[in-house]
Ligand binder design. Structure first.
Ligand code: ZN
Length: 62
């Protein structure tokens, strides 16, 4: 049975599983990853186009 995407709540099929599983799309995977990397868990409306993790440019303790 499909499970909801943890980001947007959309059903994600398990057969076949998308490459972005457990997210419905790569974009949702990036949103979730970005949330954790930035230390907060909120859905961003827009993602920066640049790729690669920021090299501690902001200097936040956590
Ligand atoms: Zn999603």
């Amino acid at each position: 049975m499909p499970r909801p995407c943890p980001v947007c709540g959309k059903d994600v099929p398990e057969d076949p599983r998308p490459p972005s599983y457990p997210f419905c799309s790569p974009r949702c995977g990036l949103v979730d990853l970005g949330d954790w990397l930035s230390g907060r868990h909120a859905i961003s409306e827009d993602l920066p186009d640049s790729e690669g993790a920021p090299a501690a440019a902001e200097g936040e303790p956590e």
